[in-house]
Design a protein around this ligand. Structure first.
Ligand SMILES: [Zn+2]
Length: 281
């Protein structure tokens, strides 16, 4: 007969066979110990196991909660791309209670003296009537420019003169600039176009622009420009230096030049060259 020489079963069966006393001796206290708590053992085992399960389950749930509540930065920490909104988890919204301040009945209203401040109010815009446009507000401006790039080239100044052509006036209402045929004609200041026509009579292709210069309503008129060169229409807002047409010789003109007229609310023409030179140097 071959006996198993290893394994727990072999050892126990061997000890049961060859050393019954030892088995009994050792079995007695074990049996005594076992006899009473034996029926409750499965329960105890169950009790012992269940908390362990619960702890594991809790740990797992906790882990999930941690995993879902950590900021996106932790999750994308290994990303090589730079992400813009990782610092803005929606749960971080903070709500503030509105604050209230109670003032006692002994509170005193104090008035601030206006003289303590050096306030310079902007002048009100001049309201001008523009045909087919209606009221137009003109913002005050002091910035003026020459209407052409070479203002020194002039043929005829403002005032009395010998008429250069039959039908030409002996009293020149404007200033004639001779920068060359087809050169740009520019608005002398910010303003609004009140006239833009190719049938300006003696002035030919003519544009008028109204300005609020230092609180004064001033109109500039540009005559004899080329047909088809008008770049503006009535009601258009223009800025200082904005091109409105090209130098030509339309209307009563003996050669290509810009005829510039300037006048105030009374309609009386004044020397535009002197007026501009005083401001531009
Ligand atoms: Zn002229």
């Amino acid at each position: 007969m071959t006996l198993p020489t290893h394994g727990r079963r072999a050892a126990s069966s061997r000890s049961a066979r060859f050393r019954p006393t030892v088995a009994r001796d050792s079995a007695t206290p074990r049996g005594a110990a076992r006899s009473t708590p034996e029926p409750s053992r499965p329960t105890r085992r169950g009790r012992a196991v269940r908390p362990a399960f619960s702890v594991i389950a809790m740990t797992f749930v906790g882990g999930m909660m941690i995993a879902t509540s950590v900021p996106a930065l932790a999750i994308t920490a290994t990303d090589t791309e730079v992400r813009a909104s990782v610092y803005a988890p929606a749960e971080d919204t903070v709500h503030y209670e509105p604050q209230t301040v109670e003032v006692g009945s002994d509170g005193v209203m104090s008035m601030l003296a206006a003289e303590q401040y050096n306030v310079e109010a902007a002048p009100p815009p001049i309201v001008s009537q523009v045909a087919s446009v209606g009221d137009v507000s003109l913002i005050d401006t002091d910035a003026v420019v020459w209407p052409v790039l070479s203002p020194d080239r002039r043929s005829s100044g403002f005032g009395p003169r010998s008429a250069p052509c039959a039908g030409c006036s002996t009293n020149h209402d404007g200033v004639d600039f001779n920068p060359g045929n087809g050169t740009p004609v520019m608005s002398i200041a910010d303003g609004v176009v009140v006239l833009a026509t190719e049938n300006g009579g003696g002035l030919g292709v003519n544009v008028e622009v109204q300005h609020n210069i230092g609180g004064e309503l001033i109109t500039s008129s540009y005559g004899h420009m080329q047909f088809g060169s008008l770049g503006v229409s009535v009601g258009d807002r223009v800025t200082a230096g904005q091109q409105i047409g090209l130098v030509g010789t339309t209307g009563q003109s003996t050669g290509p030049h810009l005829h510039l007229e300037m006048f105030g609310v009374d309609g009386v023409r004044f020397d535009g060259f002197a007026w501009l030179a005083a401001r531009l140097g």
